[in-house]
Design a protein around this ligand. Structure first.
Ligand code: C2E
Ligand code: CA
Length: 694
């Protein structure tokens, strides 16, 4: 046993990196640490050395942390060993089961050094107090009358035959006396033999103090000595520890940003509520909520404002619902509501109506950007009886709400309706990318000065056998959020370059505009791949235009800026896309060497009002002053073309000229234009090499 020297700690952790860090941290905290890679090795060493503190990972090969702890406890050693269990995540932990196995405390990985330090200090305090008490008992055992702790002698029947001075007062409080019976709670000790090595303790409370009694010896005549010690301080420390642990458990059920429940709480509460509803024969509504266009809010205003929006929505929902209902954050901007005790399904519709309205109004009164919510709900037991299916069905309903234009709620209404869950769409998109089924359509960009096609914009297209053509507004954000955008963009870029090479071989000199996503740009392989692809297809850099939107907030990203500058230096062109769609500012234009600016189609559509026209006019004038080429997109009528041309726009794109076309249709279109006298020819392609004559 160790006095005031550093305590020895046994730690068991199968992950070598974590083990190294833990060992070093323990040493830095002043402990002597011995590490093992599985429970079996750790147990062997424990039996030999009996260290006072064990820290063990839960998941380990051969013997996991729980089995290790159970085996340590089964040894029933005289000196107490404090057992701390490491959990990889709160969801993994079945705390009750672990407590029953004899675990004293939990620590979630990764943990902060301070957290570990605090827990070890508490452990140390408890262990040392136990040792002191044991030592005192042993030294005073020979002089019971002087012992300040209670010492009792009883016969096998439990009659008190002797009580020292310290016990007499207590016996009165317990309603006992010498000659009478032991308090009932000490009776289990009578069947105990100290030689067995098993030390059993019984607790007795009295006058705000707690005593722990144990049998220390049995005389030849069968008289039993019971020694008690005051464990009030230890109990206090343990209560503190339990509080601390309860707080940690509560915190692990709480979302750190919003303070509402997290996914772990949801996973716990949903089955519990289903069980309750089974008994009460009432219904449970499960609502999945998405903040519409949340990514745009983050991109335009920054993550801090994004966080504020989530907090605001979470609190508004919580405040509006009854306290028995749960509001949990599933992750990102996804929230889940559990609304219990519904008398019927239609109540859910009213609740959703109210919530959508309430949140919208609340946000309108705040300084936060305007937002709307999409919601989908399913109902237990109408739609499903198990948590997973209930979630899936609510997800299908949410998908429908988004597909129907967002700012709406939808309820699950049976499998007959073609509902497609986000998960399903994700899997289909992933497969489409892997099988290279994502393709590019090309929309002509018209040079209104030279009156000819100047180039094309490549737009990703995803024809799905079951879903048809899924809109890029749907799958591009999904690809962005699920990490598929890099692979998707690579595919679009490759296919576009192949097509561009074909045009060039056929004598066409067109620029190619590609939409650039931030993730793609900052991907470390992007530039190398770009240069390789461009070289492979022998394309002039100056004919390739990369479009970036301000929403992508590339400019706030050091690597992104650096890459764009490098690309411009290598001769590629840069276009500021969707200018006027949100928070576009001209300051930005000076930040990077943009060549052109694309006026947002939404502004073009508003040109039928005098104010709308003035805004477009102002943008064009300022763009021209800055020396940029002005491109208008979303132009649908001759009238719009005329106005834009008169204002100084050099390039126009929109349905007025053509919708985005597959490669072969684009060829037909361009041929048709050539026949009418509008054509473009690359400088380096001779007349003789041309396969198409325009
Ligand atoms: P965008 O870059 O602003 O592309 C222009 C969008 O306007 C295209 O929608 C196009 O079909 C549509 N459009 C063109 N002319 C007209 C018109 O006269 N009237 C109307 N109402 N619409 C017109 P699309 O193809 O659905 O693409 C939507 C967005 O998806 C694009 O907006 C772009 O932000 C993104 N996107 C498309 N392809 C890619 C891609 O390969 N990579 C990345 N990162 N984003 C892409
Ligand atoms: Ca674009």
């Amino acid at each position: 046993m160790e006095g005031s020297q550093p305590l020895t700690i046994l730690f068991a952790e199968d992950d070598s990196v974590s083990a190294k860090i833990l060992g070093r941290t323990l040493q830095n905290l002043g402990y002597t640490a011995h590490g093992f890679v599985n429970g079996q090795q750790a147990l062997d060493w424990f039996i030999e050395k009996q260290p006072p503190i064990i820290i063990s990972d839960w998941m380990m090969p051969l013997m996991d942390g729980l089995e290790f702890c159970s085996k340590v406890r089964a040894l029933q050693l005289p000196h107490y060993t404090y057992f701390i269990l490491l959990t990889a995540n709160a969801g993994q932990a079945n705390y009750r089961k672990a407590m029953d196995s004899g675990v004293d405390d939990f620590l979630s990985k990764p943990f902060r050094r301070d957290d570990l330090y605090i827990r070890l200090r508490v452990a140390e305090r408890i262990v040392r107090q136990r040792w002191e008490t044991d030592a005192k008992i042993r030294s005073l055992a020979h002089f019971p009358s002087d012992n300040p702790n209670p010492v009792l002698q009883a016969d096998r029947e439990g009659r008190i035959t002797y009580a020292n001075q310290a016990t007499l007062g207590l016996l009165k409080l317990w309603g006992c006396d010498v000659g009478g019976n032991l308090p009932g709670s000490l009776l289990p000790l009578l069947s105990q033999s100290p030689e067995s090595g098993l030390v059993r303790e019984c607790e007795l409370c009295c006058d705000h103090r707690t005593f722990s009694f144990a049998v220390t010896s049995v005389s030849q005549e069968g008289l039993i000595y019971l020694y008690g010690h005051d464990i009030t301080a230890r109990k206090h420390a343990e209560t503190q520890l339990i509080d601390m642990r309860n707080r940690a458990v509560t915190q692990s059920l709480q979302d750190a940003l919003t303070g509402i429940g997290n996914r772990v709480l949801l996973d716990q509460r949903l089955p519990e509520l289903i069980e309750k509803m089974k008994v009460s024969q009432r219904k449970l509504g499960l609502v999945l909520i998405d903040i519409d266009n949340f990514k745009d809010i983050n991109d335009s205003y920054g993550h801090k404002v994004g966080d504020q929006v989530i907090i605001h929505v979470a609190h508004a929902l919580r405040d509006h619902l009854k306290s028995r209902d749960s509001v949990c954050r599933w992750g990102g901007d996804e929230l889940v509501l559990l609304i219990s005790d519904l008398p019927n399904r239609s109540v859910m519709r009213q609740i959703c109506d109210r919530l959508i309205q309430f949140v919208k109004e609340g946000v309108a009164q705040s300084d936060l950007p305007k937002i709307t919510l999409s919601m989908g709900f399913s109902v237990y037991p109408d739609d499903a009886e198990c948590p997973e299916t209930l979630m899936q069905k609510a997800d299908q309903a949410l998908y429908q709400a988004k597909a129907d234009g967002r700012d709406a709620w939808r309820e699950y209404s049976g499998d007959s309706v073609l509902f497609t869950s986000t998960q399903n769409v994700y899997q289909r998109l992933n497969a489409a990318i892997e099988e290279q089924r994502i393709t590019a359509f090309f929309q002509p960009v018209w040079d209104v000065v030279g009156n000819r096609p100047a180039g094309v914009e490549a737009l990703a297209r995803w024809p799905d056998p079951a879903l048809g053509f899924v809109s890029p507004d749907e799958f591009i954000p999904l690809a962005e959020s699920k990490g598929l955008i890099i692979a998707l963009s690579r595919l679009v870029m490759k296919k576009s370059f192949e097509t561009m090479q074909l045009w060039r071989n056929q004598g066409l000199d067109l620029t190619l505009s590609l939409n650039l996503s931030k993730r793609q740009l900052v991907d470390k392989h992007f530039l190398t791949e770009l240069y390789t692809l461009v070289d492979d297809h022998q394309l002039p850099h100056s004919n390739i235009i990369f479009e970036v939107t301000e929403r992508q907030s590339i400019l706030g990203h050091a690597i992104g800026r650096q890459r764009l500058e490098e690309m411009v230096a290598a001769g590629f062109r840069l276009s500021l896309d969707d200018f006027g769609s949100g928070y576009s500012s001209f300051d930005l234009v000076g930040e990077l060497p943009f060549h052109e600016m694309k006026i947002y189609g939404g502004l073009i559509r508003k040109m039928d009002t005098p104010q709308g026209k003035r805004i477009v006019q102002a943008i064009i004038e300022m763009g021209l002053t800055l020396g940029l080429t002005l491109v208008a997109e979303g132009v649908e009528s001759e009238e719009q073309v005329e106005i834009l041309r008169s204002m100084g726009t050099q390039k126009i794109q929109g349905y007025h000229y053509s919708k985005p076309l597959p490669q072969d249709k684009l060829m037909d279109y361009l041929k048709g234009m050539a026949q009418r006298g509008h054509f473009s020819r690359p400088d380096n392609v001779t007349e003789a090499s041309q396969k198409i004559s325009f």
